[in-house]
Ligand binder design. Structure first.
Ligand SMILES: Nc1ncnc2c1ncn2[C@@H]1O[C@H](COP(=O)(O)OP(=O)(O)OP(=O)(O)O)[C@@H](O)[C@H]1O
Length: 269
């Protein structure tokens, strides 16, 4: 793996330099004998917003799921602080302060917004009122519509409900799987700004994103995955200008168009 030099100010709130969440040499997969992740490493320091980007099928979502016990880890470890949390069940991880927002099917459509958020604290029902007010403060757009059914919301609003539900347990770590997927460019930007606000409010975040440029713009650091392995990592803004990252991922469309033009295959739109 190529690692760009990291500066101390990229690890807000971590004077001793120890990660809050760490994946070490993860090997994981869905089917017996088929590994999707090959010795993957990731560190999330307190206060950090860390991105995972890479080509389609690189294993980004699989890495996030492996952190949250949703994909079986065959070797390597996941630690939270000093605790080994490898392959622990999701409900256990939620109790330990990790929230996970899946990319799809992330709301209960027949339940209202308030009921969806209530599901987020089913392990601590007495917390509902205090947490509901706190989370509504983060999503004022939802506050006036708490009784609306989630199934009638737009994609961006559903994403807010899903994030809100994960935040109801007041997690220290939030794992976001492609929160901008399926949203218009304007709604995507809102999602990235909201993610940054939640991070600034004290939640350490790992975000998997297809929209690599936007992701790199808001992240303290990012990991580029390729074929289930770490390819590069470093500060988001440095990766945006790294020719190796551009070649591997960011520049593919531009490069493909240039290649087609050179071969005389490109038709003007
Ligand atoms: N439930 C599953 N069962 C079997 N294989 C799976 C499953 N989910 C994902 N895979 C495989 O794992 C590999 C990595 O998929 P993953 O979704 O992690 O990639 P990704 O980098 O998030 O891709 P994308 O950006 O396209 O969402 C792919 O080859 C995919 O087909």
């Amino acid at each position: 793996m190529t690692t760009t030099t990291q500066r101390d100010d990229l690890h807000p709130g971590a004077p001793d330099g120890r990660p809050l969440l760490e994946a070490r040499d993860l090997v994981a997969g869905y089917l017996p004998g088929v590994d999707i992740l090959h010795d993957c490493n990731l560190q999330l320091h307190p206060g950090e917003l860390v991105g995972i980007i890479g080509p389609n099928g690189a294993g980004k979502s699989t890495l996030l799921k492996a952190l949250f016990g949703l994909v079986s880890v065959r070797s390597g470890s996941v630690t939270l602080g000093e605790e080994d949390i490898t392959n622990l069940r999701a409900d256990n991880l939620v109790r330990r302060g990790i929230g996970f927002v899946p990319q799809t099917n992330n709301v209960f459509p027949s339940l209202t917004i308030a009921e969806n958020l209530q599901m987020g604290v089913f392990q601590a029902p007495k917390e509902f009122e205090a947490q509901f007010d706190r989370v509504m403060g983060l999503f004022p757009e939802l506050a006036t519509r708490a009784r609306q059914r989630a199934g009638s919301l737009s994609g961006g609003e559903r994403q807010m409900v899903a994030m809100g539900r994960a935040l109801m347990m007041n997690p220290s770590v939030l794992l976001l799987d492609e929160p901008s997927a399926g949203l218009s460019p304007v709604r995507q930007d809102e999602t990235f700004l909201r993610t940054r606000r939640i991070n600034k409010a004290g939640v350490s975040i790992v975000i998997v994103e297809q929209n690599a440029r936007r992701c790199l713009q808001i992240c303290h650091r990012a990991y580029v995955l390729d074929q289930g392995s770490n390819a590069h990592s470093g500060p988001g803004r440095e990766l945006m200008d790294d020719p190796r990252v551009i070649e591997l991922y960011l520049g593919t469309l531009e490069a493909d168009v240039a290649k087609e033009e050179a071969e005389g295959r490109h038709e003007e739109p």
